[in-house]
Design a protein around this ligand. Structure first.
Ligand code: ADP
Length: 452
């Protein structure tokens, strides 16, 4: 970056220098041209006075006097009819009539005239100044107009020195500037970028510092989220292993007693029943863990157009025998409720809520499921007249492996994961869950799904 800044600064400095040099040369050229024109005017007027007093001898010389040496100047004397009387650079007899020349015309009309043009006689750009003499003739002086490159050539050594000086100076400036820009950036403490906002060296990059700060905050929050998720996973794995170990220990204990012949023949059947119950519990636990893991991973589950009422019918069908065994009556109310969602997850939600309604109930109890579509949402309510949930537990029952009464839940075949599955499934459907429960009166779980 430092290298790039250096190159940019250096090339900008050189560009400014080159443009300034060209401008200065242009200005010099027009200034010198103006000086040249002005000088020629004065010289022409002086020469005209001399010529008016001495006649042609002023230029050509007479007797002992030598001809006027005017190396750079060309002198032309033109009669009032335009014929050339004398020319210092060419043979006047072969020269054409000069009456049409612009400067001669102006001089004849106004006393003095000037012009600049390409001279056919001398093959170069000439400046002309003409002065009318009292006898009606015109004296004209001309000089070669310096071209730009002539001026450049004259200045060349000086220009070279200035260019070298400018190169060295801009190199030094670019080097120091790039270092000055990059140094504070490299010295930044990225963990606390806002600390520098008010410092003079950092004022220009304040927006960058603010963005860095935002990013840092975002990173920290992401990091915290990751750590929290990882902690929850660890806890879940530990709890799951613990919950699985309990029935496994029981199974192996019963099996050992049977193996060692320590169970009376009449007790073998009840022992086998216990082993079956524990393995069923394990199976249920493993199934719930698989369900929950799939929900946690979320992806891969296809949403489709479903009907929550039909799904409720299916769930009730599968729970019919359980309800009968528990002497609980299942009822379904409501009407067809189209919903876009994941059918297997919606089924799990209804199944788990109804299953709880049956298990945490008394003989002769009721579980009422109602599915009510309304504009913008579909409401599922699972209400029972069972044991209810005491207020302090109501908030925590959706936590994984949380059970109000461990032994009762275990006896009822619970795993502590049913409501976690309900909560996770509702979250996947952006649905809200509400609970109303009164101990010994019953509970009502309401899940409100936003319609697609
Ligand atoms: P479990 O498999 O133990 O039923 P859940 O996550 O489904 O686990 O429920 C957590 C706890 O919430 C249960 O152990 C039970 O104590 C309580 N609970 C859930 N549903 C009901 C209900 N309908 N009536 C009374 N208690 C309930």
């Amino acid at each position: 970056m430092s290298n790039k800044i250096f190159k940019s600064v250096w090339s900008a400095a050189l560009a400014v220098f080159a443009v300034s040099l060209a401008l200065i040369l242009g200005l010099c050229y027009s200034y010198f041209s103006a000086v040249q024109v002005n000088q020629l005017k004065i010289e022409t007027q002086l020469a005209a006075r001399g010529a008016a007093i001495c006649g042609m001898d002023f230029f050509t010389g007479s007797g002992d006097e030598q001809a006027l040496e005017a190396e750079n100047y060309r002198v032309t004397w033109i009669a009032s009819d335009g014929s050339v009387l004398y020319d210092s650079a060419a043979d006047e007899s072969s020269m054409e009539n000069h009456l049409a020349r612009e400067e001669v015309q102006t001089a004849l009309a106004e006393g003095y005239g000037e012009s600049s043009r390409y001279s056919a006689t001398l093959s170069e750009k000439q400046l002309y100044a003409a002065q009318l003499l009292p006898n009606g003739t015109v004296l004209r002086l001309s000089i070669r107009q310096a071209a730009v490159w002539t001026l450049l050539l004259g200045f060349l050594p000086l220009i070279c020195v200035v260019i070298l000086f400018a190169l060295a100076l801009s190199f030094l400036l670019a080097y120091r500037l790039s270092k000055k820009i990059v140094e504070p950036i490299n010295a930044l403490d990225l963990d606390h970028p806002l600390r520098y906002v008010d410092e003079p060296d950092y004022r220009e990059i304040a927006p960058l510092l603010r963005r860095l700060e935002e990013q840092q905050t975002q990173l920290k929050s992401d990091q915290e989220k990751l750590e929290r998720t990882s902690l929850i996973r660890q806890e879940f794995t530990a709890n799951a292993s613990h919950e699985l170990k309990t029935p496994l220990h029981a199974i192996s204990g019963y099996a050992e007693l049977l193996e060692n012949g320590m169970v009376r023949d009449t007790d073998v059947r009840p022992f086998a029943g216990k082993i079956r119950a524990e393995s069923q519990r394990m199976t249920k636990l493993v199934e719930d863990i698989i369900d929950l893991t799939a929900l946690d991973n979320g992806g891969g589950m296809q949403r489709e157009d479903t009907d929550l009422y039909r799904i409720a019918e299916n769930a009730i069908d599968s729970l019919e025998s359980t309800a009968e065994a528990a002497q609980v009556t299942l009822r379904l109310q409501g009407e067809s409720a189209p919903l876009r969602g994941i059918p297997s997850v919606l089924y799990s939600i209804i199944y788990n809520l109804c299953d709880n309604g049956i298990r945490y109930n008394h003989a002769g109890g009721h579980v009422t499921i109602s599915v009510e579509p309304s504009p913008g949402s579909v409401t599922l309510t699972v209400q029972d007249d069972g044991i209810g949930i005491p207020q302090p537990h109501q908030e925590r029952i959706f936590e994984r492996f949380y059970q109000v009464d461990k032994s009762r839940s275990k006896a009822a075949g619970g795993t502590g994961l049913g409501l976690s599955i309900v909560k996770r499934g509702a979250l996947l459907h952006h649905a809200a869950i509400a609970l109303e429960s009164v101990p010994d009166k019953g509970s009502a779980f309401t899940v409100t799904f936003p319609a697609a």
